[in-house]
Ligand binder design. Structure first.
Ligand code: IPE
Ligand code: IPE
Ligand code: MG
Length: 254
C-alpha cells in the first residue's frame, strides 16, 4: 500500500498539503529572455528558493523537497555543472545558520559519493548541525534520480539478502521505502513543476505514487509566496482517493 511514515498525522487526508515537492525549472529560459547568461538564471533561482523556503511554513507546509540537480544534469556543459555545484555550496554556507535557528532540518537526497569532496563536506555539516530540528524539513535533491535511488535501494536489499539478514519472500513496500534516500519522510502530497514543462524528469518516482501534480507556467526565478499559494489552492480543489472512492460516494452508498 502506498503509505509512508507519519501518514496518520494531519496531511494526506486533511485539506492542506503537508509535503510539497518542487521541480525548479526554467532558470535558463528566464536568463535567455533577458539576454543574460544561464548562470545568472541559476543565481536568480537561488534567490527564488530562499523566498519559497521562507514562505512555505507561513502557508502551512511542513516538508519541502526541491530538485536542484538531476543525475542527468551532468550532461550539461562543465562550466554550468560547476556553477550549480558552487551554488549549492554557497546556499548552504550562507543560509545554514539561519535555517538552524529557525528549527529547519536539512537533508540532501541523491548519490553523494559522486559529488566533489568540498560539496560532500558542506552537506555532511548541514545534516549534522540540523539533525535534531523538527519544526520544518527541507530536502534538497542533488545528484538525485528516481531511478538511481530505486536501484540503490534494490542493491541494499540484495546485500542484506545475501548476508542472510532478510528473507526475499518477506520484502514489502515499506522495507523498500526504508532504503530510499527519502526514508522516514512522508510521501509528497503535491508535486509542482514550474516553467510549463509537463513531465517528472526522474524526480521522486516511487514517492510520487499518489501525489497531486500541478504544473505552473511561471519560470523558477520568478517563484515565491504567490505562486506557491496558487499551487496549494489548486491542491485544495483536488479530491484524493488513493484508489478508494470519494467521501460523497461513501455517503451515497451508505
Ligand atoms: C532549472 O532550470 C535548474 C536545473 C535544472 C538545474 P534549467 O536550467 O533547466 O532552465 P531551462 O529549462 O533551461 O529554462
Ligand atoms: C529537472 O529539470 C531537474 C531539475 C529541476 C534539477 P531539467 O531541466 O533538467 O529537465 P528536462 O531535461 O527538461 O526534462
Ligand atoms: Mg530545464
Amino acid at each position: 500500500m502506498a503509505s509512508a511514515p507519519g501518514d496518520d498525522e494531519e496531511g494526506p487526508t486533511g485539506h492542506g498539503a503537508r509535503h510539497v515537492a518542487l521541480i525548479m525549472d526554467g532558470n535558463g529560459r528566464w536568463a535567455k529572455s533577458r539576454g543574460l547568461p544561464r548562470t545568472l538564471g541559476h543565481r536568480a533561482g537561488v534567490t527564488a528558493l530562499k523566498r519559497t523556503v521562507e514562505a512555505a511554513p507561513r502557508l502551512g507546509v511542513r516538508w519541502l523537497t526541491v530538485f536542484g540537480f538531476s543525475t542527468e544534469n551532468w550532461r550539461r556543459p562543465a562550466s554550468e555543472v560547476s556553477e550549480l555545484m558552487g551554488l549549492l555550496k554557497s546556499y548552504v554556507k550562507s543560509d545554514l545558520a539561519r535555517l538552524h535557528r529557525e528549527g529547519v532540518r536539512v537533508r540532501i537526497l541523491g548519490r553523494r559519493t559522486e559529488l566533489p569532496d568540498d560539496i560532500m563536506d558542506v552537506i555532511a555539516e548541514a545534516e549534522r548541525l540540523t539533525q535534531n530540528n523538527d519544526r520544518f524539513f527541507l530536502q534538497v535533491a542533488f545528484n538525485y534520480g528516481g531511478q538511481s535511488d530505486i536501484a540503490d535501494a534494490a542493491r541494499r536489499l540484495a546485500k542484506e539478502v545475501s548476508q542472510g539478514l532478510i528473507d526475499p519472500d518477506q520484502i514489502t513496500e515499506a522495507m523498500f521505502a526504508a532504503r530510499l534516500s527519502t526514508s522516514g519522510a512522508p510521501y509528497p502530497d503535491l508535486i509542482v513543476r514550474t516553467s510549463g514543462e509537463k513531465r517528472i524528469s526522474n524526480f521522486l518516482l516511487w514517492e510520487a505514487a499518489y501525489a497531486e501534480l500541478v504544473f505552473q507556467d511561471v519560470l523558477w526565478p520568478d517563484y515565491g509566496e504567490a505562486p506557491l499559494r496558487a499551487a496549494l489552492e489548486e491542491f485544495q480543489r483536488r479530491q484524493r482517493r488513493f484508489g478508494g472512492v470519494g467521501v460523497d460516494d461513501v455517503l451515497a452508498a451508505g
